[in-house]
Design a protein around this ligand. Structure first.
Ligand code: PBG
Length: 322
């Protein structure tokens, strides 16, 4: 059954397709030309113009969904991340530009989280708890997410994607979108998002101001039960997709979520996963193309319906050649 490529393809249980992929992209304010992200070879902070140009290439490769992150100017960051819901904020301008350029030919997803926009780099507003500790204030953050999601929908996002792991964020955003008339805007919930060191290069990519870590609001890598609970709650609150993130180190979580979820399950192959494969490939230590495709087919085999990956364009082109 493994004798020839045709035979292997005939019996393959898992097939990757360009339509599985979502490409995360970065649009930055105050830059004149695209800037390559040193720890993520081949990935760029884009200007609005270079973003549009790149999305044409990505679409031509067969990828029809992009996930946009905004990189504001340092001086525009504040304690609540208010540029996130300013229609002139960089992320909303990027979303609007893509919608204007591509209409419904490309699905535009927006990252709905404040960490790129806050001067402290956390995913929500801070306050002091009853012991005087500085904490992310879950409930004070929800109205900010509502405003951000509505601004993204107004800019034209097809999908909003809350990635801040606040309790109740899906319900809050669903209500806000519906009452503003955006009943058709979908929500991709980062449900099982781990407090992971694999996000390292992303922090460079967005010029993160974070000191410390997110262990009080993202999942503990040691655990799976709490992730299954988060998935269940997000679905009850109205999530249209749930997500597991990172992907490769968490395939067991992905597999369990895929078995129980009544909605599509996405997995995010994060910046650190991409950086490791790129670094080993560039050193000639592994075959970059083969490791790229093997990692993606493994993520799909484990149960992902959609894969967010910085390899989206390259993998789509590799599939078209195969
Ligand atoms: C939060 C967010 C992060 C990533 C996606 N959304 C960073 C974090 O939670 O610290 C990481 C993505 C990656 O590493 O590729 N807005």
């Amino acid at each position: 059954m493994r004798t020839t490529p045709a035979m292997r393809q005939l019996v393959a249980e898992t097939q990757l397709s360009a339509s599985d992929f979502i490409l995360p992209m970065f649009v930055a304010d105050g830059i004149e030309a695209p800037r390559e992200i040193p720890s993520m070879p081949g990935q760029y902070q884009h200007t609005v113009d270079s973003l549009k140009k790149k999305v044409h290439e990505v679409l031509e490769a067969g990828v029809r969904c992009v996930d946009l992150f905004g990189v504001p100017r340092a001086e525009d960051k504040d304690a609540t991340g208010s540029v996130a819901w300013d229609p002139e904020g960089i992320l909303n301008r990027g979303v609007a530009a893509l919608r204007e350029e591509f209409g419904d030919d490309v699905l535009v997803m927006a990252d709905t989280c404040l960490d790129e926009f806050t001067d402290h780099g956390h995913c929500g507003a801070l306050s002091a708890d009853r012991f005087g500790r500085t904490v992310v204030d879950n409930d004070a953050t929800l109205p900010l997410y509502r405003a951000m999601a509505v601004a993204q929908a107004e800019a034209g996002a097809h999908i909003v994607s809350p990635s801040g792991m606040m309790d109740g964020q899906i319900l809050a955003i669903r209500e806000a979108l519906d009452s503003a008339g955006f009943t058709d805007v979908a929500i991709m919930a980062y449900s099982a998002k781990y407090a992971s060191a694999f996000f390292g290069p992303f922090r460079d990519a967005v010029g993160s101001s974070l000191q410390g870590d997110r262990r009080t609001y993202q999942q503990d890598p040691a655990n799976i039960r709490e992730s299954l609970l988060e998935v269940e709650l997000d679905i009850e609150e109205g999530a249209d997709f749930v997500m597991v993130k990172p992907a490769l180190p968490y395939l067991d979580v992905l597999s369990e979520v895929a078995q129980v979820s009544p909605v599509p399950v996405a997995a995010y192959q994060v910046s650190g996963e991409y950086a490791m494969i790129q670094a080993a490939g560039q050193n000639g230590w592994v075959d970059l193309d083969r490791v790229m495709m093997e990692s993606l087919v493994a993520i799909k085999r484990a149960g992902a319906d959609q894969i967010l990956t910085y390899f989206a364009e390259d993998a789509a082109r590799a599939l078209a050649r195969a």
